[in-house]
Design a protein around this ligand. Structure first.
Ligand SMILES: [Zn+2]
Ligand SMILES: [Zn+2]
Length: 150
């Protein structure tokens, strides 16, 4: 599957909250997006967690639908997807207020912590420039084991 173009980095859909693109979404898709907007940036949810949350809000929606919806929201630039090996996939809100950041991920429980590093950004920029690639983003996912799981 081709990587989605992260339009959010360069004038993104969430600049003014749920803008036109968001309003075009079906009610169910909007519900998923609104959940992420409610919890705010910096929270990383799995499809199961999103499903659990919506079921608690009395939404009759299958996990398969949630998966499809999350993929769609990623491809539209509303969400950002983190690919973790053992922990599966997690999703977070794309936002201008929450620029390029990196993740420390516990491979046992999936706990995800964010950090910022200008060195990582610089390394990505320098590497891209050297080979003549146009940079889109530089993010680092560090797989680790959290204190609780050690
Ligand atoms: Zn994050
Ligand atoms: Zn852990």
């Amino acid at each position: 599957m081709a990587a989605p173009i992260p339009v959010n980095r360069i004038g993104g859909p969430l600049e003014v909250g749920l803008h036109q693109d968001g309003r075009r979404l079906t009610p169910q898709r909007r519900k998923v997006l609104e959940l992420f907007e409610r919890i705010g940036t910096g929270t990383h949810l799995s499809a199961e967690e999103v499903h659990h949350q919506l079921v608690q809000e009395k939404s009759k929606v299958s996990l398969a639908t949630i998966y499809r919806t999350l993929r769609l929201l990623v491809s539209m630039g509303f969400l950002h997807e983190l690919e973790l090996n053992e922990g599966g996939h997690r999703f977070e809100l794309s936002s201008h207020d929450h620029p390029d950041h990196h993740h420390l991920v516990c491979v046992r429980c999936g706990r995800t912590e964010e950090f910022e590093s200008s060195q990582v950004l610089d390394a990505g920029r320098i590497a891209a420039e050297k080979i003549g690639f146009q940079l889109i983003e530089s993010t680092l996912n560090v797989r680790a084991i959290c204190p609780k799981c050690q």
